[in-house]
Design a protein around this ligand. Sequence first.
Ligand code: BES
Ligand code: MN
Ligand code: ZN
Length: 486
Amino acid sequence: MPLVPMTFVKAENDTKALAAHAGRVVVFADAEPDTVARRVDRLTKGAIKRAIESPAWKKIKPGQGLELAFPAGMAASAVQLIRLPKRAKPDALRKAGATIGKALGEEGALVAAAAVKGAEYLAEGVALRAYQFARKAEAPKAQGEVTVACADPDAVKAASADLLATADGVHFTRDLVNEPANILTTTEFAERCVAMRELGLEVEVLEEPELEKLGMRALLAVGQGSDSPSKVVVMRWQGGGSEKPFALIGKGVVFDTGGISIKSASGMEDMVMDMGGAGVVAGAMRALAGRKAKANVVGVIGLVENMPDGRAQRPGDVVTSMKGDTIEVINTDAEGRLVLADIMWYAQDRFEPVGMVDLATLTGAIIVGLGHEKAGVFANDDALCDGFLKAAADTEEGAWRMPLDPAYDELIKSRVADMKNVGGRTAGSVTAAQFLQRFVKEGTPWVHLDIAGVAFHSKDTAFAPKGATGWGVRALDALVRAKFEG
Ligand code: BES
Ligand code: MN
Ligand code: ZN
């Protein structure tokens, strides 16, 4: 869904515009109303002050708000009074924006932010939270316009441009992840990437015969039971001169039945989000292009569907990866790592990236370990890992480092091949990461993000309604900014 329409205007000094606005009006207060809220207080004969003195206000945290419906003395349908400390930090401003975005309806809102410093973060929060999924087949839902009235609209508009471009990338990811698998086939996914050529991205789609020639038997084996053709999409953003790129790699299993090692029926519908890693890579590339990042980044995603079929791979099959290592497929439901093995190798082989981050809804075990709050972070390089963790903290995207250790390799030893694709019941997320590390070249700094728990929430979160979250787009964007645009 496109971002909610937003304009930045110069705040008027009188109360007329506030009194006359027919939609929602948003004002700010902490222990005291700010200058604009005070005007609304006069218009409403003290309603703001009464709200601030109420027991309800005491329970309200920075960024949260109260709603005064159909206030006397104003044309507004509602006044939303938001708690915001005087020198609010970006996170409180973003939360305040999200509170506005959540309540937003068809009539839009006038955000009276003349006294707010850092209104660009308000705008970011509004944009992130004001998201509603509409299937491709449906008409998009109508959203009213948001008018941000501020002291220096040009400065706020300029400061919010990059934040909004990134938010647009987040929405792009959410749309991909929310879309049902009968619509978002491998072909449709690739087409949505190709459409981003409009933004200046170079996009290539590698089809099965090319993948066959490249030797990507591990990836192809996953998709061979599906009627949807397997594809690899390469997206390049060249904003930074002639340096070698940074690489983002994504697991794009458009639906994961488990294959012949079929999953149980209950909850299988959730596997519509198993292309979440690829979704985040596509959204991050969109964000970089949208804000014209001064960096070279390549996104490589593997698009497959894991289905049981007469042609599907069997447990016990041995496949040869592009790298040349052989893999015994013990469990066809451990398919993500087979896809990643080949595209990680391909990306390093072709682009010699200065660093690489892969994202995948890889293991149920990471949900057991970390729940839905934090993604699992595995890394062979402390500097890149710390850079990512800092970017994630700054953007309020939960992340927690997990171990890699050769000791776990014992668990993926195979009798007949170089490795097997599952490690047994213990340390499932670590053995998966350990497997992936076999496909990282000596000297490539690498971070693996297991996003099975964070890509999709069954309840609303601070910045997203229930469903796809777009987790990772903002952190990756911030990582690229810090690493290459500093
Ligand atoms: N896509 C799943 C992991 C997953 C589970 C994502 C729950 C989101 C929510 C992955 O392909 C998978 O099936 N993993 C197996 C691995 C096992 C067979 C070693 C799992 O976690 O059970
Ligand atoms: Mn699986
Ligand atoms: Zn999967």
